[in-house]
Design a protein around this ligand. Structure first.
Ligand code: ACM
Length: 519
């Protein structure tokens, strides 16, 4: 008898899990009956503020699935309601009843997420079809559900970014970390220092002479607003004191030199003018991004800071500040910039090097990326830093996703297949790290673009791993099921096909790898 009950419960779970919503909701309760979807879909909002969600929903329904929604209805087939009964900043309840659909949220963002779940169900049903009656009560596992895009190595442009934001929003991802500066190019207009883009914007990882590509401040504002309407926060990264080559090419007076392999890699930490220059830049950046955070990189400075030893002003700094070596100089630099950011009124984000630099834990969020250095993550948590988990394996999406692929990165034979992305972070840590620690804010995939030359390859590396990331970030482990997820992907892949998006078809792993011109 017990066996029958267990089997029935498992069957029910599997059936629910097959409903085409990604990320899968944390609580899906089937109800008896079906709801006929009218040929002409209508939507209405109980409160004025919620009305702003309607045009975005109507646009997504049209763009993604070709479904037309009448936005002007008074008593819609879909009704949006804000209610205090739902707590949790991003929580929602979606009720598919016999007479219509009600989307409830404690916040606009919650209602928005309810609409994203509904959108995916409507695609399966289509107007004229039917929806299974159900009650979904849902909220995310992690508050930080991020994607980082590197546009310094290769520049993809506004339309690609908007497409990523669209697909992030559909799958309830909420942080877009924009890596806008690095060795090959500086991609954000700074009015006070125009050469950053006119000179620093020239070139990319493939072609150092490629014409300047960058975002004007108007374009940045447009993208930030586009993201805001989809409840995505945009976090800019201005990498320092390493990865500074494009900037110091434009303003050589702040060049701290480099190494043989990485020439002109750093800012000069011995000059007061460097701190003023960078603080002025960050002030301008602050005006463009409403996010609480600014990312200042801080990674891999040792790649190219050996020239610092030869600079008299760095020697002077070491004497006056009693700094024993170049690592202490690096830490001095990062603390100075963290002070500036605090004064500007923002919080610092840095790669995990900032833990060793000892930035104030009250104002710093750490991105743990060195998957081969788990003790560093332990240290960050022990020192009360908030952390976001983005280990190279499996969350660097420039790593290949199939063992036959040859054009992306691997790490001692390891790579980042969709299954490993999906399973993260469950069973990833066996050494006392608890992902339920409140300091663990969430997870993020990083798309570095040294080996991603074209929009087609960008899409190939992003999709459908983006969906695995979304479910890993949103769905609690008890509601995850990898096989069901992969089956559910059929409906997402159909969307990509219809939209002409070049995804990696893991169902057919021998399909050709998409890549751009090699260097
Ligand atoms: C990094 O991959 N250098 C953060």
């Amino acid at each position: 008898m017990r066996l029958i009950f267990t089997s029935l419960a498992t069957l029910l779970l599997l059936w629910c899990n097959a409903q085409p919503i990604t990320p899968f909701p944390n609580r899906y309760q089937p109800q008896p009956g079906q709801l006929a979807v009218p040929a002409k879909l209508t939507i209405s909002a109980a409160e004025k503020e919620l009305a702003a969600l309607i045009p975005v929903f109507a646009r997504s329904a049209k763009d993604f699935y070709g479904i037309t929604v009448n936005e002007k209805s008074r008593n819609g087939f879909i009704r949006l309601v804000r209610t205090k009964q739902i707590s949790g900043a991003e929580a929602y309840k979606l009720t598919i009843g016999k007479n219509g659909v009600v989307v409830e949220g404690g916040s606009d963002q919650g209602c928005f997420y309810g609409l994203q779940s509904l959108l995916q169900l409507l695609n399966e049903a289509q107007p004229g079809g039917t929806l299974n009656c159900a009650v979904i009560e849902d909220q995310p596992r992690f508050g930080w559900r991020g994607v980082m895009l590197d546009e310094s190595r290769h520049f993809f442009g506004k339309e690609q970014v908007k497409q990523i934001l669209d697909l992030m929003a559909l799958q309830k991802l909420n942080k877009f970390h924009w890596h806008l500066t690095d060795v090959p190019g500086w991609r954000i207009e700074i009015k006070q220092y125009p050469r950053l883009t006119t000179t620093g914007g020239i070139g990319n990882h493939t072609d150092p002479a490629a014409p300047a590509r960058f975002y004007t401040q108007e374009e940045i504002a447009e993208i930030v607003e586009y993201a805001r309407q989809r409840f995505i926060e945009v976090i800019p990264e201005i990498d320092m004191p390493g990865h500074a080559t494009a900037a110091v090419k434009a303003y050589p007076e702040f060049n701290g030199g480099g190494s043989e392999r990485y020439p002109d890699f750093t800012f000069n930490p011995g000059k007061e003018g460097t701190y003023t220059f960078l603080t002025n830049i960050l002030r301008e950046v602050t005006g463009l991004f409403p996010s609480d955070y600014i990312h200042i990189g801080g990674d891999e400075v040792h790649f190219g800071n050996e020239h610092w030893s030869a600079l008299p002003e760095v020697q002077q700094l070491m004497n006056s500040q009693k700094l024993k070596n170049l690592v202490e100089v690096e830490h001095y630099f990062l603390n100075r910039m963290a002070d500036s950011i605090q004064t500007i009124g923002k919080k610092v984000v840095g790669w995990d090097e900032v833990v060793t630099a000892g930035l104030p834990n009250t104002n710093t969020l750490v991105m743990w990326w060195r998957h081969d250095q788990k003790p560093l993550l332990n240290k960050a948590i022990a020192q009360h830093y908030e952390v976001v988990l983005c280990p190279r394996i499996p969350l660097y999406f420039d790593f290949v996703q199939n063992k036959t692929h040859t054009h992306g990165r691997k790490w001692q034979g390891s790579y980042a297949p969709i299954e490993a992305v999906y399973d993260f972070p469950d069973n990833y840590f066996s050494d006392g790290i608890s992902v339920t620690d409140p300091l663990v804010k969430g997870i993020q995939a990083n798309v570095w673009s040294e080996t991603i030359h074209t929009p087609e390859r960008l899409q190939f590396m992003l999709y459908p791993r983006l969906s695995a990331l979304a479910e890993a970030a949103w769905t609690e482990s008890h509601a995850k099921n990898r096989e069901r997820f992969l089956e559910r992907m059929n409906s997402m892949l159909k969307l990509y096909q219809q939209k002409g998006i070049n995804f990696f078809d893991y169902r057919n792993p021998d399909s050709p790898e998409i890549f751009g011109p090699e260097k």
